[in-house]
Design a protein around this ligand. Structure first.
Ligand code: ACO
Length: 458
């Protein structure tokens, strides 16, 4: 191989979210915080979680199997499988190697790719690797699959309501209804904002305020560089105004709304004095504000949130459906946002659209990149199929079961207590799992993990 390929991108996509959630209003009462802190203050309504029956391997197997079955994928037609996760349960053996058990059924073993880790960024790194492979000299004509998933759990305290759990699987190849144009802007640097140095614990160390500052400063850097790179190929590119949607990694929805306001603040700072007057009425008092000094400036934040409210409703808010009712899915969060935005529209209203996506992983690694939707309806049937499938995923979320915060707290205690226990047999309910879910049966005295799959409904 290989001839140059066109429009490499996402051909199909599936999302898996565990079957249980805790309601954030109930959690506010249980945690004894002020009313509306999690729902209005953080913008979250439900938080997905799983018992000790599920781990990162089972989550990723569940979503991958869904992708394979729903798209009738020939396993010999997959040449690359990439995993992005920060849910590390083995310092050596990758999640990808567990996923190979699904390929073993067909005797398919010639599959490149392995796990990538850096906080919430690993899914994007995996996706960019897969796209690069299809566009490279090494490509052999087969497709790639990217799986991103995480179990986001925090110790008791202010970060706990920003947890979540879920996984996404994406089929990557040429002539895709959602394709990449190669414009990417990255910002990578060292920070101790959120990290997991204690391998005996499932919980991260978090400096909440610093993590917000790091996220917003990464956004400033990526957005300005992204605009500069876009203008090289399209001199008329006007940043946010030239984009149909702007999607973000979502630690919690309020931060995403603040991020869109931050993008508008950047547009304001970049505008000429005349344009500022014209396009940003009543905001000229911020002409001397700087990026560095404004991360926690309430006046800047509030004024640009008011200014960008309409833009937020149009370009970002539709992407927050899954993040709001599931929580932070770490590496899969951004792709939950993408799915939410897509299902909020009819296929005909998406044709020819351009989105920017901002991926952030603490520590820190971040990239802004664009995704384009196919230009005409000749590829529309692929788009419709992708949207129908995502829509089924979203409808399925309504079938989840609400768990009382006291029971959620008990389940978290079991996960914490037995995080490193071996041999171990999980106690979490199998009945509560959705049909088709892989689950952990046992861990033996050599810490080997064994899984089964709950039968699909007939
Ligand atoms: N009604 C309405 N709003 C309220 C109420 C109330 N009763 N009480 C508080 N709030 C608001 C606060 O004013 C605040 O709003 P603001 O962000 O506009 O200032 C918000 O709710 C949160 O309350 P705080 O007291 O500021 O924050 P807290 O100390 O509870 O922690 C934090 C919030 C830092 C986000 C914490 O949940 C955390 O550490 N999360 C994990 C880290 C994280 O997600 N970082 C983001 C990027 S990194 C990543 O993706 C992991």
């Amino acid at each position: 191989m290989s001839a140059r390929v066109e429009n490499v991108g996402i051909l199909a996509m599936e999302i898996y979210v565990p079957s249980t959630y805790v309601d954030q209003t109930e959690l506010e009462k249980f945690d004894g915080v002020s009313k509306d802190k999690y729902t209005i203050g953080l913008g979250q309504s439900k938080m997905g979680f799983c018992s000790d029956r599920e781990d990162i391997n089972s989550l990723c197997m569940t979503v991958l199997k869904k992708l394979i079955e729903k798209n009738d994928i020939d396993l010999h037609d997959i040449g690359r499988l990439e995993v992005g996760t920060e849910t590390i349960i083995d310092k050596s053996k990758s999640v990808k190697t567990f996923l190979m058990t699904l390929f073993a059924e067909a005797g398919a073993t010639d599959i490149e790719g392995i796990d990538t880790t850096n906080a919430c960024y690993g899914g994007t790194a995996a996706l960019l690797n897969a796209v690069n492979w299809v566009e490279s000299r090494s490509w052999d004509g087969r497709k790639a699959i990217v799986v991103a998933g995480d179990i986001a759990v925090y110790d008791k305290g202010p970060a706990r309501p920003t947890g979540g759990a879920g996984a996404v699987a994406m089929l990557i190849g040429p002539d895709a209804p959602l394709y990449f144009d190669g414009i990417r802007a990255s910002y990578m640097t060292h920070a101790y904002d959120f990290y997991k140095p204690d391998l005996a614990s499932e919980f991260p160390y978090v400096d909440g305020k610093l993590s917000i500052k790091c996220y917003l400063s990464a956004l400033d850097n990526c957005y300005n560089l992204f605009c500069a790179k876009m203008r090289k190929v399209d001199p008329k590119f006007q940043g946010l105004m030239s984009l149909d949607a702007m999607l973000f990694h979502s630690p919690y929805c309020k931060l995403v709304q603040k991020s869109l306001a931050r993008v508008s603040f950047n547009d304001f700072l970049n505008a000429s004095p005349e344009d500022r007057e014209k396009e940003f009425p009543n905001l000229s008092r911020f002409s001397h504000s700087t990026r560095e000094d404004s991360y926690f400036d309430r006046d800047v934040e509030k004024s640009f949130m008011v200014y960008s409210q309409k833009l937020f409703e149009e370009k970002t808010n539709p992407s927050l459906h899954i993040p709001r009712i599931v929580g932070n899915m770490y590496t899969s969060s951004l792709y939950g946002s993408l799915a939410s935005y897509l299902v909020s529209k009819y296929p005909k209203d998406l044709i020819g659209r351009k989105f920017a996506l901002f991926s952030y992983g603490s520590g820190l690694a971040s990239t802004m990149f664009s995704i384009n939707i196919c230009k005409d309806m000749s590829d529309g049937s692929k788009l419709t199929k992708l949207l129908n499938s995502l829509n089924d995923n979203v409808v399925f979320l309504e079938k989840r079961q609400a768990v009382q915060p006291k029971d959620f707290a008990k389940i978290m205690e079991v996960r914490t207590k037995h995080y490193r226990t071996a041999p171990y047999t999980p106690s979490g309910s199998i009945d509560a799992l959705f049909p088709g879910t892989y689950y952990l049966v046992s861990i033996d005295d050599q810490r080997r993990r064994f899984y089964e799959r709950k039968p699909l409904e007939v």
